[in-house]
Design a protein around this ligand. Structure first.
Ligand code: NAP
Length: 253
């Protein structure tokens, strides 16, 4: 981190789960953090956590799949916190179903939030990174990019994010900007809780089933992913770009 005012990071989907842990971690690393989520009020908990630990955060309500909302949100962050030079594209949804039952709305919603959302957020923030001659983009992919029953939409979006990441790395490298992706395995959040509910399995049993498949013998926590974001965003990671790291307690590739 350079001297003077803190660098500014935007974490999408920062109200809870992996995004909230990432916002807390980046604030602890010295960043001022914009906690962006669909509902501004839902970001307050994360903002309070950051502030009570002595950090600086701003709650921002925006739908990452809406170009006008994204432009306005990024402008607001630049005005109120400073130019954002770190972006974590973490906002996500699932609309799982087997292919024959998957609706067009299930497909479009997942593509809109993950792919269009990451595209719009990256396009809106890159100008601040290029002006600064420094930037970091981290995209949340998933082990589902390798294929997962019931997730044709989600796995396609998460695989798409890996290609998107590699192209950003190629286009933006000469401006001092890196782009990397993290592909988590099973992380204990509302998202995995909702999957268990949909399958009609108690969450504890669902987690036990997952643990049996995970070499390190536990499910992941949001902080495990936040730790990896912190690495990619750090000054020392400037020669690492266009990579996908599977954080799944085992290889999964
Ligand atoms: P989560 O607990 O469901 O949190 C996702 C957050 O994103 C929610 O606060 C949600 O808001 C927000 N969001 C959804 N649509 C949005 C939109 N259009 N604009 C802005 N914010 C939006 O999920 P998580 O488990 O922390 O996952 C975070 C990321 O990691 C996702 O990209 C997910 O696909 C990925 N991931 C998770 C796992 C896992 O095991 N948990 C594994 C691999 C990858 P609402 O509550 O209002 O919908």
């Amino acid at each position: 981190m350079t001297q003077g005012s803190p660098r500014v990071a935007i974490v999408t989907g920062g109200a809870r789960g992996i995004g909230a842990a990432t916002a807390r971690r980046l604030a602890a690393d010295g960043f001022a953090v914009a906690v962006l989520d669909l509902d501004e009020a839902a970001c307050k908990g994360t903002v309070e956590d950051v502030e009570s630990a002595g950090g600086r955060a701003l709650a921002v309500g925006a739908d990452v799949s809406d170009a006008a909302q994204v432009e306005a949100a990024v402008e607001r962050v630049a005005r109120e916190l400073g130019p954002p030079t770190v972006l974590v594209n973490n906002a996500g949804v699932t609309r799982d179903n087997l292919l024959f039952k998957m609706t067009e709305a299930d497909w479009d919603t997942v593509m809109d939030v993950h792919l269009r959302g990451a595209f719009l957020m990256s396009r809106a923030t890159q100008k601040h990174m290029i002006e600064a001659g420094w930037g970091r983009i981290v995209n949340l992919s998933s082990t589902s990019a390798l294929g997962n029953r019931g997730q044709a939409n989600y796995s396609a979006a998460k695989a798409g994010l890996q290609g998107f990441t590699k192209t950003l790395a190629i286009e933006l490298g000469k401006f001092g900007v890196t782009a990397n992706a993290i592909a988590p395995g099973f992380i204990e959040t509302e998202m995995t809780r909702a999957t268990a509910e949909r399958l009609g399995v108690p969450f504890e049993d669902f987690m036990k089933g997952a643990v049996a498949q995970i070499p390190v013998g536990r499910v992941g926590q949001p902080e495990d992913i936040a730790h990896l974001v912190s690495f990619f965003v750090g000054e020392g990671a400037g020669f690492v770009s266009g990579q996908v790291v599977y954080a799944a307690g085992g290889p999964r590739v």
